[in-house]
Design a protein around this ligand. Structure first.
Ligand code: FAD
Length: 335
C-alpha cells in the first residue's frame, strides 16, 4: 500500500477547498470500498479527505412531501427509516439486500452512489482494463465474463455497476445534490452515472472538487407500491447477477406510473423506459408483465459466459411486477 495523506475536513466548504484542483485527492466517507481499492493499488490518491463526520446525516421531509437524504446517512439507517419503509419500500429492500449488516452500518449514501465496479479485471491490477488504465484494452470482452453487463456495454468496457441502492434510486427518479467550487447544483439520477462508451474511466457527472451533499426523492405517488428483487450466487453478502426495482399503481384495473430499473446486468443502474411505456395503461396481468420484461431486455448483447443473465433478468422483472400487484391488492384490503 502506498503512503497517502489523510486530512479530516471540518466543514463542507473546507472539504471542497481541499479537493479543488487536486486530481489525486479522494473523499473518504465510510471507507468500506475506497480503502480496499487503495490497498489493491487500483486507486492511488495522494490525499484522502475525510468527510465522514460532516453533518450530512439526516433524513428529512421536504415541502412537497419528498425525502432529503443526507450524503452521510448510513445504509442501515436509511433502510430502517420508517418513511423509507413505508413510502420507498424498494429502496429499503435494495439496501438490506446489499453487503452485510456490519458494512451497511458503516457505508454511506454518497459512498454507495460512488462505489466502483467489482469486475475482477478492474480490481486485479495486472489485466488490461480500459477503466483502470485508459487505452490498455478490456480483458473481460474475451475473458471470463459471467458477471458482466448485457446492457449499456461498449467495445471498451462491459463492467457492471454493482450497487443495489442505486437501482431503487433510479426507479424512484432521485436527484443528487452537489456542492462544488462554483456553488451548488442538482443532477437528475439518470444523468449521474455515465455509460462507458470509449471513456470507461469517466464514471459519473461530478466535476473536480464537487461533493455530494444529499439525495432527494420525489413524494410517493398515492396508490403505488414498490419492490426490489435480487438474484445472486448465494443468499447474502453477494452482489447481484440480476436485480429489479419496480413501482406502480393500479387504477380501475389498469397500470399507472410504472417505474422500472434493473441492476446486475448493465454498466449503470438501468432505467427501462420502453418497458414502462409498454406497461402504462395496460390491464395488470402476468402476460403483460412478461411482455414488458421482454422489452426491457430486447437490446441485450450477450458474451460467452453471461447469456444466462437475459432470461434471469426477464423472469426476475416479471416476478417483481407480479409482487407489486400483490402488494397493491393487500394494501387495498387493509384500506
Ligand atoms: C465485502 C463487500 C460486499 C459488498 N456487497 C455489496 C452489495 O451486495 N451490494 C451493494 O450495493 N454494495 C455492496 N458493497 C459495497 C458497499 O455498498 C460500499 O462499499 C459502500 O456503500 C460504500 O460506502 P462508503 O461510505 O464506505 O464509501 P467510501 O469507501 O468512503 O467511498 C466510496 C467512494 O465514494 C466517494 N465519496 C464518499 N462520499 C462522498 C461524497 N460526499 N461526495 C463525493 N464522493 C464521495 C469516495 O471518494 C469514494 O470514491 C459491498 C462492499 C464490500 C466491501
Amino acid at each position: 500500500m502506498r503512503p497517502f495523506q489523510y486530512q479530516r475536513a471540518a466543514g463542507v466548504r473546507e472539504a471542497i477547498a481541499k479537493a479543488e484542483g487536486c486530481q489525486t485527492c479522494s473523499f473518504l466517507a465510510g471507507g468500506t470500498t475506497v480503502i480496499d481499492l487503495v490497498k489493491l493499488d487500483v486507486e492511488k490518491p495522494e490525499m484522502l479527505i475525510d468527510v465522514g463526520r460532516l453533518p450530512m446525516d439526516t433524513i428529512l421531509r421536504d415541502e412537497e412531501g419528498g425525502l432529503i437524504i443526507g450524503a452521510n446517512v448510513r445504509n442501515s439507517d436509511l433502510a430502517w427509516h420508517s418513511d423509507v419503509q413505508r413510502d420507498y419500500k424498494a429502496l429499503s429492500e435494495a439496501l438490506l439486500s446489499g453487503a452485510s449488516p456490519q458494512l451497511r452500518n458503516r457505508a454511506t449514501t454518497a459512498g454507495n452512489l460512488m462505489q466502483r465496479t467489482r469486475c475482477p479485471y478492474f480490481r486485479d491490477n495486472y489485466s488490461p482494463c480500459n477503466k483502470r488504465e485508459p487505452g490498455s484494452d478490456c480483458a473481460a470482452l474475451a475473458g471470463y465474463n459471467r458477471s458482466h453487463a448485457v446492457l449499456g456495454g461498449s467495445d471498451s468496457c462491459i463492467a457492471t455497476h454493482p450497487s443495489d441502492m442505486c437501482v431503487a434510486l433510479a426507479a424512484f427518479e432521485a436527484t443528487i445534490r452537489v456542492e462544488g467550487p462554483n456553488g451548488s447544483r442538482s443532477i437528475p439520477f439518470a444523468d449521474f452515472h455515465l455509460l462507458p462508451g470509449d471513456t470507461p474511466h469517466l464514471e459519473h457527472a461530478l466535476e473536480q472538487g464537487e461533493l455530494i451533499t444529499a439525495v432527494t426523492l420525489p413524494p410517493k405517488r398515492a396508490g403505488t407500491a414498490s419492490t426490489y428483487l435480487k438474484s445472486r450466487d448465494r443468499a447474502s453478502y453477494e452482489f447481484a447477477l440480476a436485480s429489479a426495482a419496480v413501482s406502480f399503481g393500479i387504477e380501475e384495473g389498469c397500470i399507472v406510473e410504472p417505474k422500472i430499473a434493473l441492476g446486475g446486468v448493465a454498466t449503470k443502474p438501468w432505467r427501462c423506459y420502453e418497458a414502462e411505456k409498454n406497461l402504462e395503461g395496460q390491464v395488470a396481468s402476468l402476460s403483460v408483465y412478461e411482455k414488458a420484461a421482454e422489452v426491457a431486455l430486447a437490446e441485450a448483447e450477450v458474451f460467452e459466459c453471461n447469456a444466462f443473465k437475459v432470461p434471469l433478468a426477464r423472469n426476475l422483472l416479471a416476478r417483481a411486477l407480479s409482487e407489486v400487484e400483490g402488494r397493491l391488492a393487500r394494501q387495498s384490503e387493509v384500506i
